[in-house]
Design a binder for this molecule. Structure first.
Ligand code: FAD
Ligand code: 2HG
Ligand code: ZN
Length: 474
């Protein structure tokens, strides 16, 4: 039951945004439950501002009475970072109504969009103007650019175009005090002091609320080809990556590795997708070659690479997509692993990175440790090998109650995997962020001086601890 101060706040929020955009009743699960259905929170209210000024007004009103705010975009985050806690005292601030494309500057190769713009809509707006916006991930039909920036999302094109951070030239941000930081300049060079844009990116809603962003555009490649190959081992996949860098140069825009068990889940839950080659080898790799000249040029280079790889033995079989439709289907298979894993049941996710050179040894050592620790454990190993980033996920043994498995094994599995990551010089989060799921592990794996500085920054920017409490740092 909200107290008198909260009821006053709700009245004020309704005055600011209108009755229809302050939700307290009905089914709010789309905002209150996380994508993986691991956790359900309860918001004091879900508020849906329609402008930067309204976001600032909401923050000021909440700050006055010390009510905490959780920003949310598409709610596709995988680390329970964008839903309210269970107290019923936090305001869930959804950016979904702020979804406009504000400006496209063709000469500056930039597009300025509001934070709630769905990634796929941003890609389409770029494409309609003849440009490429290269950020691409399985959740692109529902995640927002604000969420992508707040998590510094990676995805499948990072090895050529970088993470979301590298794609951003400017931000508009509402601070914890309800002030607006205007930074949508679109400048490629600006050395006038601390880089606040890069501080906000990846801060998971704990330092400010992103309301708009200016993002980089690229020329559309003349041709894009996709190949699906079988590889005999992780070591061979790394060797193939080296060959692909050497022979495709900056044309190499995607390099995704997928383990046999991960692909077997796609085959089991989505047989209509017809996963190629998965029964023939322990791993498959999806490669993409983008070319600024022509399809013929792209095909010649790609086929040359595959011939060399087959000769070398790092590839045992290969198919090259003959049409856009076939290429899309191959990518669809890759992007369906997360959904197939969810169909199989609750699971333990990791988005770790280690130096690419250490990946084969990491996989061999960690597989052995897990097999020793849990009889019948099933490993769903896939990810962005080109970035040294694996989704080294753990599925319960067959016929096991998944809730019980998580209760009994999740902490042990995480410790085992994170210790192995540390041993190989890696990071416990390459992509999905810390959220609330990794907050207690961070002190064991983050440099202590860096962590202390992070806490000081949080305190300096948000002294009342209003923005997304219990996420990233305490
Ligand atoms: P939300 O889930 O709503 O929020 C995520 C975090 O950002 C929360 O901490 C929230 O408080 C904060 N936040 C959201 N909007 C704002 C804002 N405007 N201002 C300040 N803070 C804000 N991630 C990858 O990196 N790479 C992948 O390849 C990838 N693939 C995925 C595939 C699937 C099928 C799914 C379900 C998820 C995937 N993700 C991936 C994770 C997720 O999609 C990304 O983290 C995405 O960037 C989240 O965007 P969102 O709009 O859904 O954010
Ligand atoms: C991907 O690369 C996402 O598909 C999700 O980062 C990974 O499901 C996962 O663990
Ligand atoms: Zn990923």
């Amino acid at each position: 039951m909200p107290n008198a101060a909260s009821l006053d706040l709700l009245m004020q929020l309704r005055r600011l945004l209108g009755e229809a955009h302050v939700l307290t009743e009905g089914d709010l699960s789309a905002y209150e439950q996380d994508w993986r259905k691991r956790t359900r929170g309860k918001a004091l209210a879900v508020v849906r501002p329609g402008s930067t000024q309204q976001v600032a007004d909401v923050v000021k009103a909440c700050a006055q009475v010390g009510v905490r705010i959780v920003p949310q975009g598409g709610n596709t985050g995988l680390v329970v970072g964008g839903i309210p806690d269970a107290t019923g005292t936090q305001v869930l601030l959804s950016l979904q109504r702020m979804n406009a494309v504000r400006q496209l500057d063709a000469d500056n190769l930039t597009i300025t969009v509001e934070a709630g713009c769905v990634l796929q809509n941003l890609q389409q707006a770029a494409e309609q103007a003849g440009f490429l916006f290269p950020l691409s991930l399985g959740a692109e039909g529902s995640c927002t650019i604000g969420g992508n920036l707040a998590t510094n999302a990676g995805g499948t094109q990072v090895l050529r175009y970088g993470n979301t951070r590298e794609l951003c030239l400017g931000l508009e941000v509402v601070t914890a005090q309800g002030e607006v930081m205007h930074g949508l300049s679109g400048l490629r060079k600006d050395n006038t002091g601390y880089d606040l844009r890069n501080l906000m990116i990846g801060s998971e809603g704990t330092l400010g609320i992103i309301t708009a962003a200016t993002m980089k555009l690229y020329p559309m490649p003349a041709a894009s080809l996709t190949a699906w190959v079988a590889v005999p081992s992780v070591t061979h996949a790394v060797r193939l990556l080296g060959l692909a860098h050497q022979h495709l140069g900056s044309g190499l825009t995607g390099f995704e590795m997928m383990g046999q068990f991960a692909l077997s889940l796609v085959d089991k839950h989505y047989p209509q997708l017809r996963v190629p080659l998965w029964q023939d080898a322990p791993y498959c790799v999806l490669l993409e070659n983008s070319d600024s000249e022509s399809e013929a040029h792209a095909r010649a280079r790609f086929e040359h690479l595959l011939e060399l790889a087959l000769e070398d033995g790092c590839v045992s079989d290969a198919v090259v997509a003959e049409s856009l439709g076939q290429a899309r289907n191959l990518w669809h298979i890759r992007e369906s692993i997360t959904l197939a894993q969810a169909e199989e049941g609750l699971n333990i996710k990791h988005d770790i990175s280690v130096p690419i050179s250490a990946i084969p040894a990491f996989v061999e050592a960690t597989n052995a440790l897990l097999a020793d620790a849990i009889a019948g454990v099933r490993l769903v190993n896939f990810g962005h090998l080109g970035d040294g980033n694996l989704h080294y996920n753990v599925q319960a043994p067959e016929d096991c109650d998944t809730r019980e498995f998580l209760r009994d094994y999740e902490d042990r599995v995480n410790t085992l995997v994170y210790q192995s990551v540390k041993h190989f010089g890696g990071s416990i989060s390459a992509e999905h962020g810390v959220g609330s799921m990794k907050i207690d592990s961070l002190p064991d794996y983050k440099d202590p001086v860096a962590l202390a500085l992070m806490k000081q920054i949080k305190h300096a920017l948000d002294p009342q601890g209003l923005l997304n409490p219990g996420r990233v740092v305490r």
